[in-house]
Design a protein around this ligand. Structure first.
Ligand code: 5GP
Ligand code: MG
Length: 190
């Protein structure tokens, strides 16, 4: 697995430092006008990619919170371009009147966020804020409303820290690019 890495784009140390900062921002924004332990927060990672990021993030948010989850697939199997998001399942609890933080690993075409945010609003959330670890430098990503961004990165395919290729590499602690030999050329275009 480690042999497949081309280069480390964001190291585990940089990720950890930035995750702490994002948690501080989220805590501050949701504590406004009320005591922090009274705010009704629900953190919702978009599975599977945001699982590791959200687990780390919420441990630095010292507020009362519930956890929901939603499963969205847009990169089935070995595709490395979005095939359009589909919501495969959700376990949100009752989010009516609650402040929701939707957490995703990476903002690419923006299709996932644009599909999930209205769904949460329709379920009666008091507010929906979006937090992504990574945002790709492409117009569609930049044009998608997002409240918290960990890192802006080049428009490259990355894995690690929750992000996969064919469901592998999620357990890498750094965000990395893969060698071309790992991603067949015909896949790189799909
Ligand atoms: P969007 O809907 O914004 O196009 O894509 C969001 C989803 O696509 C992310 O949650 C992630 O699962 C997947 N994705 C987008 N770019 C990448 C990437 O560079 N690497 C990996 N592994 N997944 C990506
Ligand atoms: Mg995802």
């Amino acid at each position: 697995m480690l042999d497949d890495i081309e280069r480390v784009l964001i190291s585990r140390d940089r990720i950890e430092a930035r995750v702490r900062e994002l948690a501080e921002d989220i805590t501050r924004d949701h504590a406004t006008g009320r005591s922090p332990d009274r705010a009704e927060l629900t953190m919702i990672p978009i599975l599977t990619g945001a699982m590791i990021f959200c687990c780390d993030l919420m441990r630095y948010i010292p507020m009362a919170m519930k956890i929901g989850m939603v499963t969205v697939s847009s990169y089935p199997g070995t595709s490395i371009r979005s095939q359009g998001p589909s919501v495969l399942g959700k376990q949100l609890g009752d989010i009516k009147g609650r402040h929701v933080v939707l957490v995703d690993d990476i903002l690419d075409s923006g299709g996932t966020i644009r599909a999930v945010v209205p769904m949460l609003q329709e379920l009666g959330a008091a507010s929906v804020r979006v937090c992504v670890l990574l945002r790709k430098n492409r117009p569609e990503a930049m044009a998608t409303p997002c409240d918290y961004v960990g890192f802006d990165i080049p428009d490259e395919f990355v894995v690690g820290y929750g992000l996969d290729y064919d469901d592998y590499y999620r357990n890498l602690p750094d965000v990395v690019t893969l060698k071309r030999s790992v991603i067949p050329p015909h896949r790189a275009e799909s």
